[in-house]
Design a protein around this ligand. Structure first.
Ligand SMILES: Nc1ncnc2c1ncn2[C@@H]1O[C@H](COP(=O)(O)OP(=O)(O)OP(=O)(O)O)[C@@H](O)[C@H]1O
Ligand SMILES: [Mg+2]
Length: 305
């Protein structure tokens, strides 16, 4: 499709946009080029000032169910995008909760990226400013079967390979993982540079963390890929419950500074998905929005971005 008047197609990613900032246009060898973001400019001409950089790839993971992974992935991605960073949110769970929570449904899904080799940049749908999403649905279970049938050493690397184009387009890629020890999650860990582990403040959750650590060690040992734990997020925190306080103490003993401030238990967080909104949209003045804002601030700072 031809760009509308006043719009230009980005030389790197093809996205149409209006030039508003100086860096968005450059003359190279007498030819005019256009770049929608500094990332695209750097990918095309890497002129020092706008150095190319790889997207930060974060897997939100815990094989235990219901620990706040999806809630954390959505609000982290939305909060980072609100700060003006380009973010891709990937739903890595066949439950398809991300699309349902944000009121979107991609024509194509992560299944098509994984199995058919669909371009992730074409598959991603714009959700909010600076935030795109690759959704999932039940078809992802078939991707797991497809991975299981591949009996090669590369089957844990499929996602990393398929997602390579996203590095040029996004500054952050956040992947919400399902509650399992699946091949897809192994792919997520191979793809990720860092993991964020939401842990519900109860005893069993701590057992879940131990299991995640074990998985990370396995990935490191078997596949030679070290993943950094950028944070453990205590969720469903209720200061009136002794068990919750003890859980935080145990997490702090174990993870030190990587145990981030807790996200409190709140009905606001449980309600937001029914309204197809992030917590910042649904209840911007709530304690839950404060909790996730604090997480976003910490997270962005942790990566030095
Ligand atoms: N801090 C919180 N306080 C109250 N409810 C919450 C909180 N965080 C998440 N919830 C709600 O708890 C439920 C489980 O949360 P969520 O879906 O984020 O967990 P999950 O780890 O992604 O689950 P699964 O393992 O099934 O993917 C959801 O209904 C969500 O809205
Ligand atoms: Mg989930």
């Amino acid at each position: 499709m031809e760009p509308s008047p006043g719009e230009h197609a980005c030389t790197t990613c093809g996205r149409r946009f209006s030039v508003e900032l100086v860096y968005q246009t450059a003359s190279v060898g007498g030819e005019r080029r256009y770049f929608c973001t500094t990332v695209c400019r750097a990918a095309s001409i890497g002129d020092g000032q706008h150095r190319p950089r790889r997207a930060r790839r974060i897997a939100v993971i815990n094989q235990k169910g219901g620990t706040g992974k999806t809630t954390t992935a959505i609000n982290l991605a939305a909060g980072v995008a609100e700060r003006g960073h380009d973010v891709l949110l990937i739903d890595g769970d066949a439950q398809g909760n991300i699309g349902a929570s944000l009121g979107i449904r991609g024509e194509r899904t992560l299944y098509h990226v994984m199995v058919d080799g669909a371009d992730p940049l074409v598959t991603a749908v714009p959700v909010r400013g600076h935030l795109d999403c690759i959704t999932s649905d039940r078809s992802l279970a078939a991707a797991e079967v497809w991975l299981a049938r591949r009996d090669d050493a590369d089957r844990a690397q499929v996602l990393s390979k398929r997602m390579a184009p996203a590095d040029r387009r996004y500054q952050y890629v956040v992947m919400d993982c399902g509650p399992s020890l699946s091949l897809l999650n192994q792919n997520a860990l191979m793809f990720a540079d860092e993991v964020l582990i939401p842990v519900a403040c109860d005893y069993l959750a701590l057992v879940g963390v131990k299991q995640v650590l074990q998985t990370l060690r396995e990935v490191d040992r078997q596949l030679g890929h070290g993943v950094r734990i950028s944070g453990v997020v205590p969720t469903f925190y209720d200061a009136r419950v002794n068990l919750a306080k003890e859980a935080i103490e145990t997490l702090r003993d174990h993870f030190g500074e990587r145990c981030l401030d807790p996200v409190r238990r709140s009905t606001r967080l449980a309600e937001a998905p029914a309204h197809k909104q992030t917590i910042f949209e649904y209840a911007p003045l709530s304690t839950s929005a404060d909790d996730y804002r604090r997480l976003v601030d910490k997270f962005v700072t942790l990566g030095g971005a």
